[in-house]
Design a protein around this ligand. Structure first.
Ligand code: SF4
Ligand code: SF4
Length: 89
């Protein structure tokens, strides 16, 4: 999987298109569904309880948005022209 991720091109949008809605909900969350479901290791557990978000590596698959059982993920597409580029074939 990691080898394949190296072939993906990202154009850093400069600002995160991902966030949490309410930090305190993450602090009390013990499932970390966002971390477990992300195929690109974008969401990472932190000692403070609010996950770190390495948004630059996001594959825009939407999994974190639906996995969070607290509906606590802010998810938008990066600005046009930024984000991930997939090559098929
Ligand atoms: S699963 Fe949702 S509530 Fe839990 S840490 Fe992730 S974003 Fe926060
Ligand atoms: S959209 Fe997909 S790749 Fe991006 S952070 Fe969410 S789960 Fe990870």
């Amino acid at each position: 999987m990691e080898d394949r991720l190296y072939t993906v091109k990202y154009n850093d949008p400069g600002d995160s298109h991902l966030d949490v809605k309410v930090s305190d909900i993450c602090v009390q969350c013990d499932s970390y569904d966002c971390v477990r479901v992300c195929p690109a290791n974008v969401w990472r557990e932190s000692e403070e309880g609010v996950p770190h978000i390495a948004y630059e590596n996001c594959l825009e698959c939407s999994s974190c948005r639906y996995a969070c059982s607290h509906d606590n993920v802010v998810w938008t597409y990066p600005e046009t022209g930024a984000g991930v580029t997939f090559k098929h074939g």
